[in-house]
Design a protein around this ligand. Sequence first.
Ligand SMILES: [Zn+2]
Ligand SMILES: [Zn+2]
Length: 163
Amino acid sequence: MNMLPAVEVSQTPEEKFREYLASRPKPQRFTNQQRDMVQYIFSKHNHFDADELIDEMKRENFQVSRPTVYRTLKKLVDAGLLRKINLGKRTVYEHDYGYAQHDHLYCDQCGSMIEFQESRLDELIRDVCQDQQFQLGGHSFIIRGTCADCNRARMTKRRLDLV
Ligand SMILES: [Zn+2]
Ligand SMILES: [Zn+2]
């Protein structure tokens, strides 16, 4: 996947998460499993769901329990480290911290997520917010459809059917 440029941040994801845990009304311990998860998730940028993360981490011999993964993902979203994206049938996560604001094209056929940045869209959103006197926190546009690869495959199939 094409990665967007990283955004300069003052803390590592791990430091930011530790700070979040410590500042809870009831401070929470940063466990080894959570540390593994944060390090693993922030080693690469992608869009993943909880089950994919569990499978991948297990394949790499990490000790992960399903309830911990679900609980920690929720906390990582709460701490501003991850962004949750609802795709209808699936819920995926991606880095929010240290990663540029962007939007997505979502392929219904193969499930791929294509990231893009479009300044004209950002401008439009700012105008809409201004009109409504709404303070912009962020946005997450999802454009659904069929990606170029799937479209090509479909066209090829159609051509073959006609022969
Ligand atoms: Zn596709
Ligand atoms: Zn993304």
